[in-house]
Write a protein that binds this ligand. Structure first.
Ligand SMILES: Cc1cc2nc3c(=O)[nH]c(=O)nc-3n(C[C@H](O)[C@H](O)[C@H](O)COP(=O)(O)O)c2cc1C
Length: 269
């Protein structure tokens, strides 16, 4: 009897050790990133991004399940193809005939303007890295206009109440709005409802595409508006609404549908 108990305890310990080893192997495995055609070209101060393409093997429900606000990033850059897909998901063209976008917009007024602050070695291109700087996304030509050169991440972090993830992420997306485009049709309702809602739509698309490509992001609403506007160098009519640092997650987040099912079942009494 004693021998049997000892044997069972021994087997249990072995199982425990094996599971710990498997878990450690799982979390240290390199993240598999979908392959993206990274073809792009530069002309004067414009970067013509890799064209939108099918890249992910994750279903929408899997991306929703795995989306988490990620504030810790490795030192790895974001690929130019990944960045292109994330920007296209935010505000890229999906209806060429009418110029409609990936995010819905009240009366198709499209009040948002999207900037990125790219850090030193923040975006990987074929033979190196995109020059650090502030760029503006132009949806129709799916390109980035270089607004100014330099690594502005620390300054942006200070403008965001010192939130470290803003200073540490390889890049940060800044969603701004030109309110007048919407308020001239919808008045105050455009100001207090439609435009902020639209920033939310674009922000969620960024989260989901980042997740689908194994990147991680966090939407940041706490910042000094004027200070962010100055650091990014936006036009006077463009008001920053969201800043979204983005990079390769330090720790992958994972839950299965079974985990969620178990939780829901346990709450049903
Ligand atoms: C409007 C808004 C503003 C936010 N502002 C910040 C922020 O300033 N800093 C931050 O770290 N997270 C910010 N977050 C992220 C939330 O903290 C996060 O969504 C929440 O903790 C839930 O976690 P989850 O996104 O992983 O589900 C913000 C989220 C929203 C929707």
């Amino acid at each position: 009897m004693v021998i049997k108990v000892e044997k069972a305890a021994w087997l249990l310990s072995l199982l425990l050790v094996l599971s710990i080893i498997l878990y450690v192997i799982y979390i240290t495995l390199p993240v598999k990133r979908p392959l993206i055609n990274d073809t792009f070209f530069v002309s004067e101060n414009k970067v013509f991004l890799p064209l939108p393409q099918k890249v992910s093997n994750l279903t929408v429900e899997e991306a929703i399940l795995s989306r988490r606000s990620i504030r810790d990033y490795t030192d790895d850059p974001v690929s130019i193809g990944g960045l292109a897909m994330i920007l296209w998901s935010a505000y890229g063209i999906t209806d060429p005939e009418r110029g409609f976008r990936a995010s819905p917009s009240a009366g198709a007024t499209y009040p948002l303007e999207i900037y990125i602050v790219v850090g030193e070695k923040g975006v990987a291109i074929k033979d190196g890295f995109l020059e650090a700087g502030v760029y503006k996304y132009e949806p129709h030509s799916h390109s980035l206009l270089l607004v100014k050169k330099g690594d502005y991440r620390s300054e942006l972090m200070k403008s965001a109440l010192g939130q470290e993830w803003v200073g540490e992420a390889p890049l940060t997306i800044i969603i701004c709005a030109v309110f007048e485009r919407t308020t001239k049709i919808y008045g105050e309702r455009g100001q207090i409802r439609y435009v902020p809602m639209e920033a939310g739509h674009a922000g969620q698309n960024i989260y989901l595409m980042a997740t689908a490509l194994n990147y991680g992001a966090v939407v940041v609403g706490a910042f000094y508006d004027d200070s962010v506007a100055t650091v990014v160098g936006v036009k006077p009519e463009e008001k920053p609404l969201y800043i979204i640092p983005l990079g390769v997650p330090e720790r992958p987040y994972y839950k299965s549908f079974e985990d969620i099912g178990e939780y829901i079942t346990s709450r049903r009494g």
